[in-house]
Design a protein around this ligand. Structure first.
Ligand code: NAD
Length: 286
């Protein structure tokens, strides 16, 4: 076993291999789970975390995605790029073992993973099969609990964990179906994990993002309609971007949010606070 790279706790702020010398996350080491390509919300978070000085480790789900994830990870100076299917406990253990060997410590974890079978994202929720329900909840919710448990022993100086959720957790949303149920369970998990891990100064947060065109989102029919409604109804009169998500994530992963845990933070241009489209707002900017 190679000795862990020296602890940022003993380094000048941010003086680490991959991160920059200054920034909100200077000297911090974080694991990012859920990059599929450059449109991924996780990539928006990773890019911003890198700009803020963090050293990053990445995982990829299967060989096909490795070809996309590896160059992205390398472009932000990452040298820890590991396979991970979140349904496989052995792979979770292997990733954590690698982080322990290489870094000895972890400061943050980004969970940006969801999956439901295509047939369960169409039609009626009442027709969801037992197997489809189990798959969606296992990958989209239980994986946060499993990863938080695995990361906990490495977060020896406290830490921050974020997971990605959606408004469909609390409001019935067309076609979101079992994924809405999984997100509701994910949001509850965030609260329970925040209570469990708070005494170790490990904070747990949800980011509830507005719709963004990504690989996972292409599985939800009606995406085009959601993207059209946002500029008409959201107070900010626009759709959100992965950069918006990355900026809020940087705050939640950093000490700026030191007094914050267990909450769901909307990055949705304010959509969730509205009951309907304002009659004076017909078009973007209207
Ligand atoms: P994405 O397709 O870029 O990312 C989803 C990721 O989940 C992929 O990297 C995929 O490899 C990973 N994944 C799926 N099953 C996995 C498994 N078994 N093991 C390991 N990884 C697995 O899409 P995205 O939109 O960036 O999704 C990221 C998160 O953001 C998800 O939790 C999603 O529900 C959430 N979210 C997305 C939107 C949106 O509109 N795009 C809005 C709100 C929340």
């Amino acid at each position: 076993m190679t000795p862990p790279e020296s602890s940022p706790g003993h380094l000048p702020s941010g003086a680490t291999a991959g991160g920059s010398a200054k920034g909100l996350l200077a000297g911090r080491r974080g694991l990012v789970v859920g990059v599929a390509n450059k449109r991924s919300l996780a990539w928006g978070i990773a890019r911003r975390a890198h700009e803020e000085g963090a050293d990053l480790a990445f995982t990829f789900q299967g060989d096909a995605l490795e070809r996309r994830v590896r160059p992205l990870a390398e472009s932000v100076g990452s040298t820890i790029i590991e396979p991970l299917d979140v349904t496989d406990d052995d792979q979770i253990d292997a990733v954590v073992e690698t982080l322990k060997d290489r870094w000895g410590r972890l400061d943050f974890l980004v969970h940006s993973v969801a999956f439901a079978n295509r047939e369960d994202l169409l039609g009626r929720t009442v027709d969801t099969s037992r197997a489809g329900f189990a798959t969606a909840l296992d990958i989209s919710c239980y994986s946060l609990i499993a990863l938080a448990r695995a990361a906990e022993p490495l977060m020896t100086e406290g830490g921050s964990i974020i997971a990605m959720t959606y408004y469909g957790a609390t409001k019935a949303t067309p076609n979101y179906n079992v994924m809405g149920i999984a997100k509701a369970a994910l949001e509850a998990s965030i609260r329970y994990l925040a209570v469990d891990l708070g005494p170790k100064n490990i904070r747990v947060h949800g980011i509830s993002a507005g719709p963004v065109r990504t690989l996972a989102a292409s599985g939800v029919s009606g995406m085009r309609g959601m993207l059209k409604v946002m500029p008409e109804r959201a107070p900010l009169g626009r759709n959100i971007t992965v950069d918006d998500v990355g900026a809020t994530a940087a705050y939640l992963l950093s000490d700026l949010s030191a007094g914050t845990t267990g909450g769901i933070h909307f990055v949705d241009a304010g959509f969730n606070i509205t009951a309907m489209r304002h009659p004076d707002r017909n078009a973007p900017g209207g």
